[in-house]
Every structure is written in C-alpha cells, then in structure tokens.
Design a protein around this ligand. Structure first.
Ligand SMILES: Nc1ncnc2c1ncn2[C@@H]1O[C@H](COP(=O)(O)OP(=O)(O)OP(=O)(O)O)[C@@H](O)[C@H]1O
Ligand SMILES: [Mg+2]
Length: 484
C-alpha cells in the first residue's frame, strides 16, 4: 500500500485486558486508532461516541438496552457495534441481528477484522443515505446521473423541452436510460401532478395494441367482456410514453398519426370521439430512417414525432461516468434492498475498460448480482464475470488493491485514474489524431469542471489562458453554456 490512509477510531470495551491489548495491536496494524474503555465508563459516555466508526464490545448485563440507547442518542448515524466473543445464549437471534454488525471470536484474524470494519463503514453510509433520502421524491432519486459532456447536454435538453408541450423522440441503444429521460421530462413539466403512462409498443401483440392504447367498448371484439379505458384515457392531462415506437405495426401508426393531428380518438367498437390532452414522448433503439426506407415506418409519423430528438449516448462512450453510476446504483440498492457492496480500484478499472453492450441496464444488473453474492463485502477483479476481467479470470491488476483500499461509496472518480495505461489497438492508430482527441477531451473536461470559466480551466490544465483560447479556437471547442 503506498499512501498512508487516515486512521479511523474504534472503541474497545472488554474487561479482559489481554484481549483489549491484542485487539489494539491488530487495529493499529490495519490503520485504525483505538481506545479502551470499561463498561462502567461506557455507560457514562453515551453522548461522546459519535466519532467512533465502530465499537467492539464484550457482552455485559443490559447490553441490548445500552445499544438501543446508543441508537436513540445518535439517531442520524449511530456507531456500529460488534460483539466480542461467542454469541450470547441469553439474547434472541433477531435481537442479535438488530443490535450487532457481527461477532468477533477471540482468535480473530486481520482479514476478518478488516472485513467487519468495512461492513460497519458501508452500513454507516447506507444508514445516512436512508435517513437523508427518506423524504426525497423517488422519481428524483432515479435521476440521470453523469458528468460527461454528452449527459450534461441531455440534462440541458430535458430542462429546455420539459416545460413545453413539444413531442420528444428519444433515441439510443438498449439500456442507455431512455425511460429515465422520459420520466424526467414528465417530472419537470407542468403535467407533473398528472399521470405518466408508459406503454411498450413492441411487447403487445398488434391485434391488442389498439384497444390497449384507445380502450374498447363492451363486446367490441371476442373477449371484450366489459368496456375498458385505454392508455390515452389513463394519461389524460399527463404524459404517455410510447416505448419501442419503431416496433409499432403500420396499421397502428396511421391511427396514432390521427390522434396527434386531431387530438382525439375513439375506443374500439365506438364511434364517439374522445378529446385528448396528452403529451407524447416516444423512444426507440432502432434507426427509424432505415425503417422508413424499408417501408416499415411511416415518414409522416416520423416527422410528427421527431419534433425534439434526444440522443442517449452508449455507456462505453462515457467511461468517465462509470464511477458515478456505480455509486448511484449501489445507493439505490441500499435504499431498496438494504444491501451494499464496494469495489476495489482494480475492479473499478476493469469496469471502465469493459465494452457494456447492455449499457447502464447491464451495469445495474451486475451491481444487483454483486450485492447478492457479496453482501456488505468488497469486490475485486476476480469476483467480476470473466469477460470483464482484463487479463483473464481472477487476475487482480493491482496487488495493492486489497480490501483495505476499497473505494469509499461516495467518491466519484475520473476514469483517467483507472485508465492510465493506454493500449495500442491491434490495427495500430493514427497517433497525431489520437493525441488531438485526448487533448480535446481533457480541455472539454476542464471547461466543464470550471463551468466554462476559461481562466480557471487554463489553471487546471497548467497552461496560459491565451494558449487555451488559441486551442479552443483551433479545435472549435465551445464553453459548456454555449453548447446547444
Ligand atoms: N444516467 C443514468 N443514471 C441513473 N440510472 C440510469 C441512468 N441511465 C440508465 N439508468 C438505469 O439503467 C436502467 C436502464 O434504463 P432505461 O430503462 O431507462 O433504459 P432504456 O434505454 O429504456 O432501455 P431499453 O431500451 O432496454 O428499454 C434503469 O435501471 C435505469 O434506472
Ligand atoms: Mg426502455
């Protein structure tokens, strides 16, 4: 390990002096400062324990009551309590699980001690997150995470288009976050308090799609036992999200076009026109222009939908967002499933170098799987699926990437930190062009970080302001607020 880490404080409460001394030495070895207290002293100092990351405590009479008082006293972020010795027989299993992070037998080894302290750390973060986010709107919680230029641009487009009535067409590969964008558009619109109604046009058989969208009257077709509202009626006043619009059959495309033009529709089996006030957001992973050429998508509908196109970038084009996304997804899992995990720098580096054909959805699935396989644990490269490991199965790329150096959850790390060894592609590359691209990318990042203030960005890049202005002119780089 190269850099000395900041020492974290641990409290030891054990009547056995030898035991306490041994633990003190072990903690010192893994960079944790410790203090020893007797259980009497402990009872007097409930209020002074906020600074401790964890309390290692031997059983004493009334320990569960004491732990409850501790939690009540430090409501926001109570220190985590680890039981020393064997599990006491006089305390029930649920009470043990609720009160203690784990049990430490007397012959504890460094690895286990370190792992348990990591769990304490991660659970501490999870508790804070739950407390902080508990009152937050779940829609906002699922916000569009990322600092890459492409995502900043998408967020700006959402800001611009949300309050208008314009139809939005979201394009992008599977799993890039098209639905997240659609929900954000609705959330930031004036229709926010009305329904957001999604429908996957590709997943519903074509003969049922019309009644799904527009509803039907009783007996209008075999199986139509009663009258039913369609999604357009359900979305009245709000937003309808037509997902996978490229898979909509041609016959339905004509009907949809009519609704857009006339702002009214009829239920299947009825000739009564129903007025509709619904905002349209559509999405597809297909290339609609190609579908038009093939004759499977109507050109007139395309122009009606393509009023305000938003293109979602694939995840492999924005590796710098990966650490942020990983943090967001883990925070979400902590919130929903009360589980967590953390990654070593080597594991994070492997994720930054992976191609992500399934985009953010693939990353979200991986994070969920990791929290199941390693609850509150530390994941290294060898724990990742083999296709993500850089040099074959189970090879850690960094020997120092042990569990002690696992990344804190709240840290957003630039991809450059992980990608510091560029690889020469098999077919070689145009070095000049490649270096220019790197230069442009770093300049853009510096400008983004400094909110477009050129003088500050020049400082970040350690070049003169005039040199930066010159380069921006040469490469036609705009400041972030000029991007439209
Ligand atoms: N920028 C982001 N920030 C946070 N979460 C994201 C982001 N992008 C995608 N996600 C998450 O990734 C998953 C996939 O996103 P979403 O369903 O919006 O993708 P999609 O483009 O509609 O995919 P598909 O084409 O497969 O339907 C969801 O769990 C979503 O919450
Ligand atoms: Mg989708």
């Amino acid at each position: 390990m190269s850099a000395k880490k900041e020492a974290k404080k641990v409290l030891i409460v054990d009547a056995d002096a030898d035991n306490s001394l041994r633990l003190t030495h072990q903690l010192e070895f893994i960079d944790h400062e410790s203090k020893v207290l007797s259980s009497h002293e402990l009872l007097d100092s409930l209020g002074d324990l906020a600074d401790y990351q964890a309390i290692l405590i031997a059983n004493f009479h009334g320990i569960v009551d004491w732990a409850k008082k501790l939690t009540a006293k430090h409501e926001d972020c109570p220190p985590m309590v680890l039981m020393l010795g064997n599990q006491p027989a006089d305390i029930s299993q649920p009470e043990i699980e609720e009160t203690f992070i784990g049990c430490l037998k007397s012959d504890v080894r460094y690895g286990l001690l370190s792992d348990l302290l990591h769990r304490a750390d991660v659970r501490g973060t999870a508790t804070t997150v739950v407390n902080k986010e508990g009152t937050q709107n779940p829609e906002l919680f699922r916000s569009l995470v990322g600092n890459s230029r492409a995502i900043v641009r998408v967020r700006k487009m959402i800001d611009q288009v949300a309050p208008t009535e314009a139809t939005v067409l979201i394009l992008g590969e599977s799993g890039t976050g098209k639905e997240v964008v659609a929900r954000n558009i609705h959330y930031y619109s004036n229709r926010r308090n009305k329904p957001f109604v999604p429908i996957n046009c590709g997943a519903i058989p074509s003969e049922l799609l019309e009644s799904e969208l527009f509803g039907h009257e009783k007996g209008s077709f075999t199986g139509a036992i009663g009258a039913r509202e369609g999604r357009f009626e359900l979305a009245e006043g709000g937003t309808i999200f037509l997902d996978e619009i490229g898979d909509m059959p041609l016959t339905m495309q004509v009907k949809l076009l009519r609704v857009i033009q006339e702002r009214s529709f009829e239920r299947v089996g009825s000739n009564k026109s129903i007025k509709s006030d619904v905002r349209l957001v559509a999405a597809t992973h297909r290339n609609l222009e190609e579908l038009i050429e093939k004759g499977t998508f109507r050109e007139d509908l395309y122009y009606r939908l393509n009023v305000f196109p938003v293109e979602m970038p694939p995840l492999n084009s924005r590796a710098e967002d990966l650490p942020l996304l990983v943090n967001e997804l883990i925070t979400r899992l902590e919130h929903e499933k009360k589980s967590s995990v953390r990654l070593t720098p080597a594991a994070m580096m492997a994720l930054c170098n992976y191609d992500w054909p399934g985009n953010v959805r693939e990353l979200a699935n991986l994070m969920e799987r990791l929290t199941i396989l390693h609850p509150y644990g530390v994941v290294d490269v060898g724990d990742l699926p083999p296709k993500m490991a850089p040099h074959g199965r189970g090879q850690s790329t960094d020997d120092s990437a042990s569990e002690e150096t696992a990344l804190p959850l709240v840290q957003g790390m630039p991809a450059a930190q992980y990608n510091n060894k560029p690889r020469l592609p098999r077919d070689g590359l145009d070095l000049k062009q490649h270096l220019t691209e790197i230069e442009i990318s770093l300049i853009e990042q510096a400008l983004d970080e400094c909110s477009g203030v050129v003088a500050h960005a020049a400082n970040r890049l350690k070049i003169r302001r005039t040199t930066l202005v010159e380069k921006m002119r040469k490469y036609n780089i705009q400041r972030p607020e000029e991007v439209s």
